[in-house]
Design a protein around this ligand. Structure first.
Ligand SMILES: [Zn+2]
Length: 299
């Protein structure tokens, strides 16, 4: 049986980060359940769906998985400092799986941290150090690690700004991309191109805008061309999801890409919209950006 230890955990961490493109690409549950090390299968998440993954014979928890739509709100008191609720059984008693995580707190042993924004999508956020165990509140507090350094709980303003940047890159951006790709089934919403590697999760309102939250209704899955075209106001999308193209762009006669990618769009509506009504683009936000498109039209 594979033995626990710093070296083993470092190898697992490296494998997870390599497989997920540094945490930017989601991992499938099958990959995590069928992970092998030294020829031995070692599931990295709990096969019964528990949030805590403990390995028989190991004293400390291997990984924890945070689910977005769980029973417990996902609290972040400071960037990179997260609460993690105790696993509780159906009858309300505390699940024994928490014991090894308590031991991790006492001994200062990091765990892998996965975030699951939607079904079968696991984001590898990195390593966390479980730093507190609040028995009365039935929750742990974990801090994201960057190498050996704690990200959460920074004392100075500068450190907090840095922590916020790290958390954006490691958690918020991959999470936004994952929820948008899931909602649009990895297809460009303007042209339908079904190829995730050529797609971006675009914001309808940019992240500096007061309405620019990283929520699915502020997102669109767009191929690289349509993302640039939308951001640069070559293409507009109105509140009724109709497509518009800047008049001068319609007059360019310079080959088939112009024609197929842009000039055929007026009169059409979005090719792909999410099945779930709540996931669809927010008409208010579309309207704000559409007004900017109209204002940008050269006169
Ligand atoms: Zn496209």
């Amino acid at each position: 049986m594979i033995q626990d230890g710093e070296a083993t955990r470092a190898r697992i961490y490296a494998d997870v980060m390599a497989a997920s493109g540094g945490g930017q690409a989601p991992l499938a549950r099958d990959w995590l359940l069928n992970y092998t090390i030294d020829g031995e299968r070692l599931p990295l998440v709990d096969s019964q769906g528990r949030g805590i993954r403990n390995v028989d014979g190991w004293a400390h928890t291997l990984s924890i998985t945070r689910v977005e739509r769980g029973r417990y709100p996902n609290r972040e008191s400071e960037p990179g400092l997260w609460t993690y609720p105790y696993s509780v059984r159906r009858d309300g008693t505390i699940d024994p799986s928490n014991k090894k995580l308590s031991q991790s707190v006492r001994d200062g042993v990091p765990a892998l941290y996965f975030y699951k924004p939607v079904r079968n999508v696991y984001l590898a956020i990195g390593s966390v150090l479980p730093i507190d165990d609040f028995v009365n509140r039935r929750e742990f507090v974990v801090s994201l690690l960057d190498g050996d350094q704690l990200i959460g709980g920074s004392s100075s303003v500068i450190e907090r700004a840095w922590a916020s940047t790290v958390v954006d890159r490691r958690l918020h951006q991959p999470r936004f991309r994952a929820i948008v790709m899931a909602a649009y089934e990895s297809s460009c919403s303007i042209c339908g191109l079904p190829e995730a590697t050529l797609l971006d999760a675009a914001h309808i309102r940019g992240d500096k805008d007061p309405n620019g939250q990283p929520v699915v209704e502020n997102g669109l899955a767009l191929c690289s061309i349509h993302h640039r075209a939308y951001d640069n106001k070559y293409v507009g999308i109105d509140e009724d999801l109709r497509l518009h193209v800047r008049p001068d762009v319609l007059e360019v006669s310079d080959g088939p890409v112009w024609e197929h990618a842009l000039q055929r769009l007026p009169g059409q509506t979005l090719a792909v919209v999410p099945r779930r009504r709540n996931d669809r683009p927010d008409p208010y936000r579309l309207g704000l950006t559409f007004k900017e498109f109209l204002d940008a039209v050269p006169r």
